[in-house]
Design a protein around this ligand. Structure first.
Ligand code: GLN
Length: 278
């Protein structure tokens, strides 16, 4: 393959993949911004850059998510390393971070637990903004924990510790002021699992039995044992799961139960406070 200019290689890419995707991938390989691509269209690529880009174009044309090709995704105010061992952080999950930050403050030390941390995006972002607090981040996947640990070190966030475990199983008799989680909640027969990026993401992180409610209901039922009095549990859920979540919260005596909409107006996070000592 002879070397090509930026313009020539982009024209080839447009035949196979979305224009915006082509720009993002080439920007990443050349370590330049979008304006550079537009203003340096006659710059030659090295043979290595050409081959790298064409390989990515092929993979992208087969559906591989952009974030798994570039190995990173922005979330909140940081860039996180990702691989196909972890869910790609979603913009709607920033709601969970905002709500968690509203329940905590910069001048108070809280103990915070993130269940199913994946890339660590939620736990690390909260820890970064709440430096007096201690965040514990749990995931059952060793590969996920090693990515999350890398992200924390890369972002110089030291008030987060990582635990390999199945939800609460590896936590002894610790209590937390706030538990947050973005668990798997997509129903196993949901056609979305067969579409777009979801086809390439770990099933373990995406879908759950009982119409997607299995992990959510385990977490709501078990959380009271691990919450301080008046501690909060906040969880992300599917577009149609808010009412069921609120029922589960009620059943284990949570108060101030509420659901919160994401930017698309979909009830995306539900939560409550554990004030009862039943
Ligand atoms: N919100 C994601 C989706 O439907 C799923 C994330 C999850 O299961 N926690 O694409």
């Amino acid at each position: 393959m002879p070397s090509l200019t930026i313009e020539q290689i982009l024209l080839r890419a447009y035949q196979r993949i979305d224009k915006i995707d082509a720009h993002l991938l080439l920007q990443h390989i050349l370590a330049v911004n979008h304006a550079f691509l537009l203003t340096h269209s006659d710059q030659m690529l090295t043979l290595e850059q050409t081959n790298h880009f064409l390989h990515w174009v092929l993979q992208r044309s087969e559906g591989v998510p952009i974030a798994y090709l570039t190995g990173q995704r922005e979330f909140y105010d940081s860039v996180f390393k990702v691989s196909n061992a972890v869910l790609i952080p979603r913009p709607e999950t920033e709601l969970l971070v905002d709500l968690a930050l509203n329940l905590t403050s910069t001048d108070r030390a809280c103990r915070i637990l993130d269940l199913g941390t994946g890339s660590g995006a939620i736990a690390i972002t909260i820890a970064k903004h709440r430096t007096l607090s201690q965040v514990t981040a749990v995931d059952i996947s060793v590969d996920a924990i090693s990515i999350a640990d890398w992200n924390a070190k890369n972002l110089c966030v030291s008030n987060v510790r990582f635990v390999i475990g199945n939800w609460f199983a590896e936590l002894s008799d610790e209590k937390f002021d706030l538990i947050i989680t973005n668990p798997p909640y997509v129903a196993e027969n949901d056609p979305h699992l067969q579409q777009g990026d979801l086809r390439f993401e770990p099933k373990l992180a995406l879908s759950a039995d009982h119409s997607g409610m299995n992990c959510i209901s385990h977490i709501i039922q078990t959380a009271p044992q691990y919450l301080e009095k008046d501690g909060w549990l906040l969880l992300e859920h599917g577009y149609d799961q808010a009412d069921e979540c609120k029922q589960l919260f009620k059943r284990v005596n949570f108060t101030n139960i509420c659901s919160y909409p994401d930017l698309a107006g979909i009830m995306r996070v539900s939560g409550g406070q554990f004030s009862a000592s039943s």
